[in-house]
Design a protein around this ligand. Structure first.
Ligand code: PLP
Length: 398
C-alpha cells in the first residue's frame, strides 16, 4: 500500500522508449492515446467567431456567471438534482482541462489541512491510476497510497478496507468512474459509501468523472447525486469533468470542478494568484456545448459501433471485453506474455501502437502490478481504422 512510487513519467514517454528504433510492421495505427477523434461539434466555430473579441480580455478566475450557470445546470439535469443544488457563485470553478484541476486541487487540499493530518498526510489513489494523481501527491509532499483496482476488486478501489489510522490522516482520495483504463463504473451505493467514508474521516473525495458521458447501457451515477442523497449538500466532494471526452474538445482545454462550495471558494482564492484562467471565448463554447446533448448522443452511437466491431473480432478470446463506461478496451493478455511483450509485438509485427497496462499502474505493497498483464486500446479512431487495428491485434493473438 505504501511502497514508494517511481517518479511520475508519462506512460506515452515510456511507450516511446519501449519501441524506440523498431520500425512499425505495417503502416502505423496509433490507438494509445485517449484523445477523441470524432468531429468537433458544428456549433463550436460560430460560437468562437462571435466571441473572438473577448480574447483581448483576461478572464476572471471563477469564470463568467453564464459559464457557472451552464455547468451547474448541466450537472443538475444530468444527475437528477433539484435546481440550485450546485452553488452558482462558489460551487463551480473553470479549469484548463480537468488534469490541471486535479493537480492544483491536491496542492490546495494539503495546504488547507495545514498540518492537521500530520506532517506527511496521505492521498489515496486507485491502482491503475491516471498519472496526475501520483504527480499531484508528490508535488504536495503527501504520501500516495495505492489501492488495488484489479480484476479481483471489480476494477474499482475499496478504500473502506483501509486501516482507520491511515484514513484518519488522509487529506484527499481520488476516485474515477468510469475508470480509466478499466471502464468500470461505481454504482450509487458504492459512491455513497465513499462519501460517507470521506465525511467520517474529514477528507475530500476528488471524483474524476471525465468519462461520465461515454457509456453503454445506463448513464453512470456521479458523486454529486451520491452526496446530495445523503443530505448535507455537496460537502466533502468535488466532481471533475471537462469538454475533452464529452464534446471531442480535448484541445480546447476546458474543464470544470463542481461541488463543495467551501473548498472551491478557498481554492479560487489560491487559483487567483497561481493558476491559468479559461479564455472567455472557450467559456462561451462550454456554455453552448453543455446546452447541447445531440452531439453527445451521436458520440455514444459511434463508440457503440466500434465496441460491436470489437466484440465481433475479439469476443471469442475476451468474452467480457465491452466495459460499461469510457472508450477503452482493457485486455488481459497475460497468456500471450503480458502487456509490455504484446505492445512491443503489436508495433513491430503489425504497426499498432497500444499502451502496456503496467505503464498505467504501479507495483503495490503486495508486490503485484495489477496492470502488468493488460494492454489498453483507445477506441477513438474511425470505425474503419479501429476495425483494422483490432483485426491486426487478432492476428497477433491468434
Ligand atoms: C481519467 C482521466 N482523468 C482526467 C483526464 C484529463 O482530461 P482533460 O484534462 O482533458 O479534462 C484524462 C485524460 O485522458 C483521464 O483519462
Amino acid at each position: 500500500m505504501t511502497t514508494p512510487l517511481p517518479p511520475p513519467v508519462s506512460p506515452f514517454q515510456r511507450l516511446g522508449r519501449l519501441i524506440a528504433g523498431v520500425a512499425p510492421g505495417r503502416p502505423p495505427i496509433d490507438v494509445s492515446v485517449g484523445e477523441p477523434r470524432h468531429p468537433v461539434p458544428a456549433f463550436v466555430g460560430p460560437v468562437l467567431d462571435a466571441a473572438l473579441a473577448d480574447f483581448v480580455r483576461y478572464p476572471p478566475i471563477k469564470g463568467t456567471p453564464a459559464f457557472r450557470a451552464a455547468v451547474a445546470g448541466w450537472a443538475e439535469r444530468r444527475f437528477g438534482l433539484p435546481d440550485g443544488t450546485v452553488d452558482r457563485d462558489d460551487g463551480v470553478l473553470p479549469l484548463n482541462g480537468s488534469r490541471e484541476g486535479l493537480f492544483h486541487a491536491t496542492l490546495t487540499a494539503v495546504r488547507l489541512a495545514g498540518g492537521a493530518k500530520g506532517p506527511r498526510p496521505a492521498i489515496l489513489l486507485p491502482n491503475p491510476f491516471y498519472a496526475v494523481y501520483a504527480a499531484a501527491a508528490e508535488a504536495a509532499g503527501a504520501e500516495p497510497v495505492l489501492v488495488s483496482a484489479g480484476r479481483d476488486d471489480g476494477f474499482l478501489p475499496r478504500f473502506e478496507a483501509l486501516p482507520e489510522e491511515l484514513l484518519a490522516r488522509t487529506v484527499a482520495a481520488f476516485h474515477a468512474s468510469p475508470a480509466n483504463p478499466q471502464g468500470a463504473v461505481a454504482d450509487l451505493a458504492m459512491l455513497q459509501g465513499l462519501v460517507r467514508l470521506a465525511r467520517r474521516h474529514g477528507f475530500l473525495l476528488f471524483s474524476d468523472e471525465c468519462y461520465s458521458e461515454i457509456w453503454r447501457g445506463r448513464a453512470p451515477d456521479g458523486v454529486l447525486a451520491a452526496a446530495h442523497g445523503l443530505g448535507d449538500g455537496l460537502s466533502g466532494v468535488v466532481a471533475f469533468n471537462s469538454l475533452s471526452k464529452r464534446s471531442n474538445l480535448a484541445g480546447a482545454r476546458c474543464g470544470f470542478a463542481i461541488g463543495d462550495p467551501a473548498f472551491l471558494a478557498a481554492w479560487a482564492v489560491f487559483r487567483n494568484v497561481s493558476a491559468p484562467q479559461v479564455p472567455l471565448p472557450i467559456q462561451a463554447v462550454a456554455v453552448a456545448a453543455l446546452g447541447d446533448e445531440a452531439h453527445v448522443v451521436e458520440n455514444r452511437r459511434l463508440y457503440d459501433l466500434k465496441y460491436a466491431a470489437a466484440a465481433d473480432i475479439l469476443g471469442d478470446r475476451f468474452p467480457d471485453l465491452v466495459p460499461p463506461g469510457g472508450f477503452f478496451l482493457w485486455l488481459d493478455v497475460g497468456r500471450w506474455g503480458g502487456g509490455e511483450t504484446v505492445a512491443a509485438r503489436l508495433w513491430g509485427e503489425v504497426g499498432v501502437k497500444v499502451v502496456p497496462g503496467g505503464y498505467l499502474s504501479a507495483t503495490g505493497a503486495d508486490g503485484v502490478n495489477p496492470g502488468a498483464d493488460f494492454i489498453r486500446i483507445a477506441m477513438v479512431e474511425s470505425l474503419a481504422t479501429s476495425r483494422e487495428a483490432l483485426s491486426r491485434l487478432s492476428e497477433v493473438l491468434s
